[in-house]
Ligand binder design. Sequence first.
Ligand code: PLP
Length: 377
Amino acid sequence: MPAMPSSFAEARVDLGAISENTAALARRASPAAVMGVVKADGYGHGMIPAARALLAGGAEWLGTAFIEEALELRGAGVTCPVVAWILPPHAPLARAVAADIDLGVSTPALIDDIAGAARETGRRARVHLKADTGLNRGGLTPDQWPGTVAAAARAEAAGLIRVTGLFSHFACADEPGHPSIAAQISAFHEALEIADKAGLDPEVRHLANSAATLTLPETRFDLVRPGIASYGLNPIPGPDDTGLRPAMTLRSAVALVKRVPADSGVSYGHRYTTDRATGLALIPLGYGDGVPRNATNTGPVQVGGRRRTIAGTVCMDQFMVDLGDDTLGPDAEAVLFGPGDAGEPTAREWAEALGTIPYEIVTRISPRVPRVYDGAG
Ligand SMILES: Cc1ncc(COP(=O)(O)O)c(C=O)c1O
């Protein structure tokens, strides 16, 4: 077992897996191009190394939620097109335009704001108009779409912006067959037609997230935006035949092992009681590291090569595992999740056990856990 770098625990990130997953998605989506999604610190994997691995795997675009994330990519020398799609009031539009960051537009007022940023910087702004086709989150409503398209066409004619993209986002693509999927596809086609009639000629039309990239070929258009799948996690619950390889492994050394008698209450609140004299292992990872507290008595973990379940309450820095009569070697480790090769749980299993999604399991691992990278990014 390689030494733990700076603490007991680490999140090991297999950059080769990110590249290979991306290459597999690119083959599937071809001739559509791939936008790698690196928001939220690359879904917890580390934004810059993840971005490099995505680009190495064939992604030609990158996507972030916020301009600040996109600026960080530029600061690290990333030169490909980068789209930031959440622009709250006072977002640094001029800095984004100066850094050649594509801006996702979800409100009509942003056309004027971005045109102003273009005047200020003396550069033409790159804009992606986002249609709300039924997610009812970000995006221009069907009422707002024609007017905003017309305003964008005028700003384009004035040389202030270039509409590089038209896009939308699914609500339920991870539930194959959900009736909203067909409705959103048809609403997106209508939005494209309105833009076409207004004279817009974008470089890319894009709709597909991971689930759609995997299951809905008709939604690939010119560009797909898989996020979670690039990190090796199929967002569609149930059996997984995608061949994607989970990139993150969360593991820790075992901090101590002790024997306790039968009937011992374990950890805060005594929510677990030993049913016999047994060995307990302390794993120094807790909710301060991003292990969900509701993994109490539920989270699967492999300790000393065997599958077990967290015993008792997950604390801020630690949790316990009941070993029974098993003995552990001095270098024994706990693996909370990984690719599953050696029988360890996966983030998908964690999500299922906790009633959440694998996105949350990997993204919430806190900065206190060092990321250690395998492979070139
Ligand atoms: C606009 C947009 N596109 C693409 C993605 C990637 O989604 P997923 O990780 O499900 O592939 C997200 C993530 O939430 C998003 O907000």
